[in-house]
Design a protein around this ligand. Structure first.
Ligand code: FES
Length: 262
């Protein structure tokens, strides 16, 4: 019984590590750890009972003179053996359980990329490639990388500004050819689509919780619960005059929670 409980403790501890590595529901490694502790407690109880001699136990007196200790039958448990097993299994189970948080953290997901890549043409919802002057000044449209129309994480707002109005961040000069500036359409607060643009104030509005972003200043949040700017997509113009991406967004799109372990 004691050996079974010790084996169960090790198995449950290993299961907890595997569950953490497979990114299972956090409750699963928790329950397996609880089973490991319960099995260890059961083993300790069994060991205590094995060592507890009955009150009326007595032995015949050995005859005087030199004598050899009786040989134990094969496989019999001795006190030394029981204690040795107990400590080894307990140390093993606790050691394995200590790995669970490290394994869970190592499984933290890398920030997700989108379908935007260097040279990807900017297309509208119909799949039509857009040139730098296809949108009127003050206009806005939702665009995608060519070949990935409808990909949710790649949804981008393309806004045409009067040239020279944008206040580019350091290192972002030239990201908005002919006044075409592009920001992720996914709100950084909770992931709703940012749907409204007011050209009079150069502001984007998220309808879910009313976050407001400053289009002229790298889509910095001005009010509302969002605390992070909308990631910007660096644009360029290819030899045929079509808008293309220089790469993926400047930062991971969407709320920070999307890149945390669940
Ligand atoms: S999801 Fe945009 S403000 Fe909450």
């Amino acid at each position: 019984m004691t050996r079974v409980a010790l084996s169960m403790a090790i198995a449950a501890a290993l299961g907890a590590v595997v569950a953490a590595a497979l990114h299972a529901d956090p409750a699963v490694p928790g329950w397996l750890a609880a089973i490991a502790f319960l099995a260890l407690a059961t083993a300790a109880g069994g060991l205590a009972r094995a060592l507890d001699a009955p009150a009326d136990l007595h032995e015949e007196r050995h005859p005087l003179g030199p004598s050899q200790p009786a040989a134990l039958p094969p496989g019999a448990l001795t006190r030394r053996g029981l204690f040795g097993n107990m400590w080894a299994y307990a140390a093993g189970a606790f050691g394995v359980l200590a790995l669970v948080p490290f394994v869970a953290l190592a499984r933290r997901r890398a920030p997700r990329g989108t379908a935007w890549s260097p040279g990807a043409r900017v297309v509208n919802a119909d799949g039509t490639a857009l040139k730098a002057d296809d949108i009127d000044v003050g206009g806005v449209t939702t665009v995608f990388p060519e070949g990935n129309v409808g990909a949710p994480e790649s949804a981008t707002l393309l806004i045409r500004l009067e040239e020279g109005l944008l206040r580019p961040q350091p290192g972002r000069a030239g990201w908005a050819p002919a006044g075409n500036v592009a920001y992720s359409k996914i709100c950084t607060h909770a992931g709703c689509p940012v749907a409204l643009y007011r050209h009079a104030s150069y502001q984007l509005y998220c309808p879910c919780h009313q976050s407001v972003f400053d289009v002229l200043d790298a889509a910095r949040p001005l009010s509302g619960p969002a605390t992070r700017a909308l990631p910007q997509l660096a644009l360029d113009v290819d030899a045929a005059g079509y808008l293309i991406a220089r790469g993926d967004f400047s930062e991971p799109v969407g709320p920070d929670e999307w890149d945390r372990p669940v």
